[in-house]
Design a binder for this molecule. Structure first.
Ligand SMILES: [Zn+2]
Length: 174
């Protein structure tokens, strides 16, 4: 028991720092700006999204009312449906998996901290060689989004494109 008691205060002091560093490894989030990482492999496409809580639901604190809880649920459902993400039809991609993780909306969230939604998707694509474009309509689904930074990795290399306003067309080099 005694060794534990000695270690515990140390952990408490250190964890918030490491936790923050791990969560923000993609860079600090900017309100109004979503990040979308796309990686295309033979036969599949993986997509990671980071969306500030400010843009998804208009707040970044633990839910304090049924309305706020409903807003969080609605945003998570919109992300999960992924109707805002349309791969080139010729690539014949099907959404196989969607995982949505809200961060910073729980009762143990850091006061004054940020909150966001992380989403990851796996698509299987019958003809990934024909995946030459994507339509990313995050700014339509979530009107507070003003800019979407899209990073794409394919066999042809990596590329970054920015969508301003409700622009949604992303070129992909399969
Ligand atoms: Zn924030």
């Amino acid at each position: 028991m005694k060794p534990l008691m000695m270690v515990f205060p140390f952990l408490l002091a250190v964890l918030p720092l490491t936790g923050g560093a791990v969560e923000r490894q993609l860079g600090p989030h900017v309100h109004g700006q979503a990040q979308v990482d796309v990686s295309v492999d033979a036969g599949s496409m993986d997509v990671q999204v980071s969306l500030p809580g400010h843009d998804a639901v208009g707040f970044e604190h633990p839910s304090g009312s049924p309305q706020e809880s409903a807003a969080i649920e609605k945003a998570a459902q919109l992300l999960k449906d992924a109707a805002w993400l349309v791969p080139a039809p010729a690539a014949n991609c099907t959404l196989a998996l969607a995982r949505i993780s809200p961060h910073g909306f729980g009762g143990n969230a850091e006061p004054g901290g940020h909150a966001d939604f992380d989403a990851s998707y796996h698509f299987t694509c019958g003809r990934s060689a024909r995946l030459d474009q994507l339509d990313i309509r995050l700014a339509v689904a979530f009107p507070a989004v003003q800019k979407v930074v899209v990073r794409i990795i394919t066999a042809a290399g990596s590329d970054q494109q920015e969508l301003d306003g409700t622009a949604s067309h992303v070129d992909v080099q399969p």
